[in-house]
Ligand binder design. Structure first.
Ligand code: KG4
Ligand code: ZN
Length: 351
């Protein structure tokens, strides 16, 4: 079908997400008819409990799809069902996947299982009005589960150039934030808000943190093409010499600022190294895309553009609310797979 409507579902982690996209023209950005998210409340827990997430998706996906179909006035007329197939927690994924398969069968429409990271990676191509990143381009994917520098050559060809040897940057930021007393989830986001609440970092309030730039050799040289974000958590713990209650808000703000800077500096020094080591391969990649939850961070965007402007002619990001997990990116990646690769997914797939 030339023009069609897409229902997309994303349930890889703790957000139940549903979107409906109208592909009313092949030349213009598609219209977003509905975009909903229902997040599991984990405030009182240390993190996300997989069994609770599973039950959350199972109970929320039905009502949310119902609401989206009403909002989009599309109770009939969906032509394609897209859903996150992985990676993610199997229980969470099956909450969306099983429901999507059921809809595809009931409506007799094709199903497309989408890789979650492909969603983050392709979304910047959706809404740019002729200024979208063109292949080949460089992708920085920074989320709670991934830290990847990817060379994207086409919708189906992606080469990972640099990744983390331990935990992802978002995970590390969240855990460092917990070390300085913050509670809930998406703590890196709360930390950004906390830092920006007062732009004055006066000297008297600054606590000097000893934070590393990991993966250097004995001479301090940066020659390993990989990220490492676990050492920051221990370093934060070791640098905090007083009881948490004894720090003033201004001191904590200064600490939060230094944590964020240190992790972003590590990220950028390793990106630069990756660009250097892959110079020939990257000759034609002039567009830089940054996505994933951490990609919503304003300071990160500023630093990337300051530090990498020599290597790239343009920088692209999804709007901040679409950097974190959402169903729009799954729908858009599904559209690219459907139109460019002419692929659909069998009904017998597992998460
Ligand atoms: O992409 P995402 O929503 O989920 C995963 O696929 O992991 O990313 C979530 C991560 C969390 O670590 C969250 O704290 C972080 O992205 N994050 C941010 C911001 N918003 C979300 N980190 C820094 N600055 C933000 N504004
Ligand atoms: Zn994600």
């Amino acid at each position: 079908k030339r023009f069609y409507k897409v229902l997309a579902i994303e349930t890889s982690c703790d957000d139940t997400c549903v979107a409906i996209i109208d592909r009313y023209s092949l030349k213009e950005p598609p219209k977003l008819l509905a975009n909903f998210k229902d997040t599991l409340d984990s405030k009182d827990q240390g993190g996300i409990i997989p069994t609770k997430a599973h039950l959350h998706h199972q109970s929320r996906v039905g009502p949310l799809v119902d609401k989206a179909l009403n909002e989009a006035n599309s109770r009939t007329g969906i032509d394609l069902v897209c859903v996150t197939r992985g990676p993610g927690m199997p229980g969470s994924l099956s909450g969306g996947l099983d429901f999507a398969k059921g809809l595809a069968v009931a409506w007799n429409k094709p199903l497309i299982g989408v890789h979650h990271m492909l969603g983050h990676l392709l979304l910047s191509r959706m809404n740019s009005n002729g200024e979208e990143p063109e292949f080949p381009f460089i992708n920085l994917l920074v989320s709670g589960g991934h830290t990847l520098v990817v060379l994207s050559k086409s919708v189906s060809s992606h080469e990972i150039l640099c990744e983390t040897i331990d935990i992802a940057i978002g995970d590390s930021l969240d855990k460092c934030a917990r070390e300085i007393g913050m509670k809930g989830n998406m703590l890196a986001k709360s930390m950004e808000t906390f830092i920006n609440a007062d732009l004055v970092h006066s000297k008297s309030d600054s606590v000097e943190m000893k934070l590393p730039n990991p993966l250097r050799n004995q001479n301090g040289r940066m020659n390993v093409q990989a990220f490492s974000f676990a050492p920051f958590i221990t370093a934060v713990r070791k640098s905090m010499t007083k009881q948490l209650e004894d720090y003033s808000v201004m001191e904590l703000r200064s600490i939060a600022y230094q944590i964020q800077e240190a992790l972003f500096n590590h990220l950028i020094s390793k990106i630069k190294l990756t660009l250097h080591f892959n110079h020939d391969k990257l000759r034609d990649a002039k567009h830089f895309v940054c996505s994933g939850g951490v990609g919503a961070n304003r300071r990160l965007r500023e630093k990337l553009e300051d530090e990498l402007s020599d290597a790239f002619t343009s920088f692209h990001y999804p709007e901040p609310s679409l950097c974190t997990d959402n169903a729009v990116m799954i729908g858009w990646a599904g559209i690219e797979i459907y139109e460019k690769l002419r692929l659909t997914t069998e009904l017998d797939i597992n998460p």
